[in-house]
Structure formats: C-alpha cells, structure tokens
Design a protein around this ligand. Structure first.
Ligand SMILES: [Zn+2]
Ligand SMILES: [Zn+2]
Length: 107
C-alpha cells in the first residue's frame, strides 16, 4: 500500500525548495512556516545580514510561506501521488462506459 500523505509531503518540501519568495527571491524553504519553525525572518536574508551581504534597498524578509503552497498540489503532483486503486478505478470506469455504449447499440 502506497502512502499518499508521505508522497504529498515530499511534493510540498520540493515545492518549498523550488518556489521563490517574490519579495526576496530566496526559496520559501528558508521562510517562516516551513522547516524553520519559530524563525520568522527568511533564513537566507538573516544570513546575508549577518555577513553584511544584504542587497541595498532590500530589508530582511519577514514573509511566511503562503498557505496555498501546502494545500494546493499541482496537477502533475496529484497524478504522481495518486494511489493505484484510483487509477484502476478510472480504468474500470472507462471499460464500463465502453460496455454501456455496446449495450445501447444492441438492437
Ligand atoms: Zn522572502
Ligand atoms: Zn530572503
């Protein structure tokens, strides 16, 4: 039995790594609400501040990860995370539909 919750958990972590915050252009993974629980400022921004590498005119980013990133997987992610029985059910439905067409055409 596959574990859809685990699969979507992996998908979310990947999304956080690959999606950038529009304000500071660091991955969401570095922001509050992701793995850095309890740390509200973006980890990368904090690092830049600590090392005097801030981009001029841009303050430390205090955004937290948008809720949508956790709750709305993309279609591709859903497809990959779909449990086998759902795919089988879909195939079964297509077969039933084909059978129904045959029955309707029966004289
Ligand atoms: Zn940010
Ligand atoms: Zn940042």
């Amino acid at each position: 039995m596959s574990n859809p919750a685990g699969a979507s958990g992996r998908a979310v972590r990947r999304r956080l790594r690959e999606t950038l915050c529009p304000d500071c252009e660091h991955p969401w993974e570095e922001h509050g609400g992701s793995a850095f629980d309890g740390l509200a400022a973006c980890g990368e921004c904090q690092y830049e501040e600590d090392h005097g590498q801030q981009v001029p005119g841009r303050g430390k980013c205090w955004n937290s990860v948008p809720h949508a990133l956790f709750v709305r997987p993309t279609a591709g992610e859903l497809e990959r995370a779909a449990p086998l029985h759902r795919k089988v059910l879909l195939r079964f439905g297509q077969l039933m539909l084909a059978a129904l067409h045959l029955l309707v055409r029966w004289p």
